[in-house]
Design a protein around this ligand. Structure first.
Ligand code: 5RP
Length: 272
């Protein structure tokens, strides 16, 4: 692997090999998602606790301070909306030259396996990988399920992740599911977990992230279950403890409960 590619991956994934990516790209098809109406304000208290941001160029340029941020994974696919005909009908919306100009550490795009647009999605992924490899920029493939949340099962997600890796993605983002080890074991590149729509209880988030880490994920690319939480700083700190400090669910929940009352003050346990 070339130095530039290695260096960018090291910017995203700290030396313990684990990572907490914070996605705030949802507006590219959802519009002003709840609690992400003003992305710059949403992330301000969360930035110290994430390892990278997943964001479109529009939000990057308008809401992220270039002098004070974290490594950027640039979302480069889009062209659809949640009120349009088909979420899978995405194309590439940002060039590699723009990614370089924005000094990003990686680019990311969605693939909708099994959709009417599977072929275009996968050919776009291959094209993006070719471009990325030319300049040493890793590609994160987002295995998307669109509105069909029932597709979150190990057999399907293992298929999606493996295909993304075979086409050259350096990191694959997928959803946690039962028997998650089946997904990770079939994927030769690092896997990070997304959360999807906010789950019912805070404990559930800690439980599925802990389970996924135990089963081989390197971390998360987790958005709504952090910034839509009533206590987003407490939640990101608790998740950080699982990801970077090997905290158990019980320990993480204690951190969450303790931090709920503390606001954005730093905890030494987490910021070692
Ligand atoms: C949607 C995405 C998000 O980056 C991904 O789904 C993670 O966010 P969440 O945890 O909220 O599902 O690709 O645009």
């Amino acid at each position: 692997m070339e130095w530039g590619m290695k260096n960018r991956l090291a910017q995203l994934i700290p030396s313990d090999g684990h990572c907490l990516f914070l996605p705030i790209d949802h507006g590219y098809f959802q519009g002003p998602t709840r609690k992400l109406e003003k992305p710059g304000e949403t992330i301000k208290p969360l930035l110290p606790y994430c390892d990278a941001l997943f964001v479109t160029r529009g939000v990057l340029r308008s809401a992220i301070d270039p002098a004070n941020t974290k490594p950027i994974i640039l979302r480069v696919s889009g062209g659809t909306s949640m009120v349009g005909k088909d979420l899978s009908n995405e194309g590439l919306i940002t060039s590699m030259e723009e990614a370089i100009r924005l000094n990003v550490s990686a680019v990311g795009m969605s693939i909708f396996i099994g959709s009417d647009h599977e072929k275009e999605n996968l050919l776009n992924l291959a094209k993006l990988v070719d471009e990325g490899e030319k300049y040493g920029i890793p590609v994160m493939a987002v295995t998307a399920v669109g509105k069909e949340l029932e597709k979150r099962d190990a057999r399907y997600l293992a298929l999606c992740c493996r295909i993304a890796a075979e086409l050259g993605a350096r990191i694959v983002k997928t959803y946690w599911c039962e028997n998650f080890d089946r997904v990770v074991n079939g994927c030769p590149v690092p896997v990070v977990m997304a959360g999807g729509p906010k789950v019912d209880t805070d404990l559930e988030v800690l439980q599925f992230v802990h389970d996924g880490m135990e089963k081989g994920a390197i971390g998360v690319n987790l958005g709504r279950n952090i910034w839509q939480n009533d206590h987003p700083v407490a939640m990101i700190k608790a998740l950080r403890a699982i990801i970077h400090e090997k905290a158990t669910v019980k320990e993480a929940n204690e951190i969450f409960e303790q931090e709920k009352g503390m606001g954005p003050k730093a905890s030494s346990f987490i910021l070692r």
